[in-house]
Design a protein around this ligand. Structure first.
Ligand code: SAM
Length: 279
């Protein structure tokens, strides 16, 4: 795909960051759950330990990618959005934000943000071509001002932007005030912008999630996994106009016609909302 223009974009300058393959990392664990090949022994061990006793992970991560694609197609189509800020990109996989957006609206601009060195390394290999369409920023969600500053090289923050936070807020501890981080990102975009979030739940089959989370957090020490209640999830969207079908468990946001629905609720929430005009 390199050089095809499909991932044409802007890359950060400087030496590629160092990657420690002996320590499990969230992006590579997630890649393993999705059936990818960009992972190492430590990641696979952590991924398998977390999977044991948790039947939701594999259907959950697949449904999350379907949610991403459905939400982006809705935004690029019906909602007319042309700018996407996808924070916590993860490793390249199917149903990426730029693929979904640009399949509907080829002029869509996408900025990917992640703090994992392996994600930047993949971006270096794939983001080859003309600058401007898809850019990559190596940054941390805990620095929203820095993200907006870097992303504004590619996105016009005077025009609506879709802020995408899929399965990343679960890596932000309560001490790092995830709701304030979301609010600061929303402050940086004009009315008519959108917020898209997915996050794991701790009030659906709570015991299974707690046990699985403990296995994960014993192995992935630098970035922990926190899950939240439906009420806490809903607070991210305070003051916004929630898009139908509302805030739902994973797999229930506009499933493809004829798609099989999850046989029981998946312990993860997802939703899309619009920032209204002030007043
Ligand atoms: C579980 S993956 C989700 C990938 C993709 N958003 C999805 O939903 O399919 C979480 C991603 O968030 C990134 N991440 C975790 N904490 C982060 C932070 N504080 N700032 C930026 N990226 C972060 C990880 O490196 C990883 O790539």
């Amino acid at each position: 795909m390199a050089g095809s223009g499909e991932w044409a974009g802007i890359l950060p300058e400087g030496e590629p960051p160092k990657i420690d393959t002996t320590v499990a990392h969230p992006a590579r664990i997630y890649d393993y759950w999705l059936g990818g090949k960009d992972n190492f022994a430590a990641d696979r061990e952590a991924a398998e330990a977390t999977l044991a006793g948790n039947p939701y992970i594999v259907p959950g991560v697949r449904a999350n990618r379907q949610f991403l694609a459905a939400a982006v197609r809705y935004l690029a189509g019906e909602a007319g959005i042309r700018q996407f800020l996808d924070i916590g990109t993860g490793l390249p996989t199917g149903n990426s934000t730029h693929e979904s957006a640009q399949s509907v609206a080829p002029d869509s601009r996408v900025v990917y943000v992640d703090n994992d060195p392996i994600v930047i390394t993949h971006a270096r290999a794939l983001l080859v071509g003309q600058p401007g369409t898809t850019a990559y920023v190596h940054a941390d969600l805990r620095d929203p001002a820095g993200i907006v500053r870097e992303a504004s090289r590619t996105l016009d923050f005077g025009e609506p932007v879709a802020i995408m936070l899929l399965m990343i807020l679960m890596h932000i501890s309560d001490d790092d005030r995830p709701h304030e981080l979301v609010a600061r990102l929303l402050d940086a975009v004009p009315p008519g912008s959108y917020l898209v979030i997915s996050e794991t739940a701790n009030d659906v089959d709570a015991e299974v999630i707690a046990a699985s989370q403990e296995e994960y957090n014993q192995r992935v020490t630098a970035t922990q996994w926190a899950s939240r209640t439906s009420e806490t999830f809903a607070r991210y969207f305070s003051g916004l106009e929630i898009v139908e079908p509302g805030l739902v468990t994973m797999g229930l946001w506009r499933p493809a016609p004829g798609a099989a629905l999850p046989p029981r609720p998946i312990p993860a929430y997802c939703g899309v909302a619009r920032k209204p005009a002030a007043g």
